[in-house]
Design a protein around this ligand. Structure first.
Ligand code: CAA
Length: 296
């Protein structure tokens, strides 16, 4: 079966980025959200991103229009029935994900491949919400923020994923213009397995007074050539998300390098989620000139 029609569940930051990427790569793409408001919000982000690419000359006005024309939104699961692949990017909540997959398993054609963009929940645990036939057609497709710019996709297999389906998922990743890497279904896959302890260690380094927020960020940027220091990156990813992923990884591996430090927990309890809430390790009152917060 050739993949022609792509379904995306969720039109938030990741879902809209995935939908934009699929439509830009020439796939007919339908996005499902719980309300028209959320669809409109996600599509406005896509418009903005396409406009940036057009401004830079990375895409033509025709490509911009063609991408838009390949995209549609819906609030109904029924409209996803004939999709060849469904990529789920809804909230990181296992119960909600399982219930979504359970419903879609009944609605979608038997050939539809199910994929999840989860960063930390076990693909196997989601997969078991579906029928045995579908379980062989279940993979992880983990993209990175901002999806239209970041070249990597982790393609995750479970012990039940069919070999041909897995190879098809890898090929699909390439067709999206990404570089696929193969990863097993272990919490955090490859990137977060390495990234999360690094980010948590940066917070411990701050708590211990080894360096300031700005100096630690500058060190990792200029000393190692990282595009963002760990605190800028944490604010960008979302500190609530980082905390949540760390908790899941700590529960899975029971290793203290995955344990969220008290400062991170306090910041999340206080509503300091990073860019999206206006404050995290930095205050974004002036978004072009973030100032470090006094936290320790
Ligand atoms: N669409 C289109 N263009 C975009 C864009 C988008 N969504 N976002 C940024 N751009 C463009 C900007 O307009 C800018 O264009 P010009 O160069 O023509 O001005 C260009 O990209 C660079 O953007 P900025 O100047 O704003 O900033 P930058 O040079 O720092 O690049 C970045 C931005 C690509 C995000 C870069 O900082 C970066 O690579 N950061 C690291 C991101 C990262 O690590 N992501 C992974 C997070 S982890 C994750 O997602 C997974 C998980 O499970 C937690």
């Amino acid at each position: 079966m050739e993949i022609k029609k792509v379904g995306v569940l969720g039109c938030g930051l990741m879902g809209s980025g995935i939908a934009q990427t699929a439509a830009s790569a020439g796939f007919e793409t339908i996005v499902r959200e719980v309300s028209d408001d959320l669809i409109n919000k996600g599509f406005a982000g896509i418009e903005k991103s396409l406009a940036k690419f057009a401004e830079k000359g990375a895409i033509t006005a025709e490509q911009q229009k063609a991408t838009r024309d390949r995209l549609s939104g819906t609030t109904s699961f029924d409209d996803m029935a004939d999709c060849d692949i469904i990529i789920e990017a809804i909230i990181e909540n296992i119960e909600q994900k399982r219930s979504t997959y359970e419903q879609l398993d009944r609605i979608c054609k038997p050939e539809t491949i199910f994929a999840s963009n989860t960063s930390s929940i076990s693909i196997t645990e989601m997969m078991t919400a579906t029928s045995p036939q579908r379980q062989q057609r279940f993979v992880g497709l983990h993209f990175f923020n901002p999806v239209p710019l970041m070249k990597l996709v982790e393609v995750v297999r479970t012990i039940l994923t069919d070999e041909q389906i897995y190879e098809q998922a890898i090929e699909f990743g390439k067709k999206l213009g990404k570089v696929p890497v193969r990863a097993g279904d272990r919490t955090g896959f490859i990137v977060n397995r390495l990234l999360v302890p690094y980010m948590l260690d940066a917070i411990r380094t701050l708590e211990e007074g080894v360096g300031s927020i700005v100096d630690i960020d500058t060190s990792m940027k200029l000393g190692l050539g990282y595009p963002m220091g760990p605190f800028t990156l944490g604010d960008f990813v979302g500190l609530d998300t980082t905390y949540y992923i760390a908790e899941i990884m700590f529960n899975e591996f029971r290793e203290k390098r995955f344990a969220p430090p008290p400062l991170l927990k306090r910041m999340v309890m206080a509503g300091l989620y990073g860019r999206k809430s206006g404050r995290g390790f930095y205050d974004y009152a002036d978004p072009k000139n973030p100032t470090p917060m006094k936290l320790v």
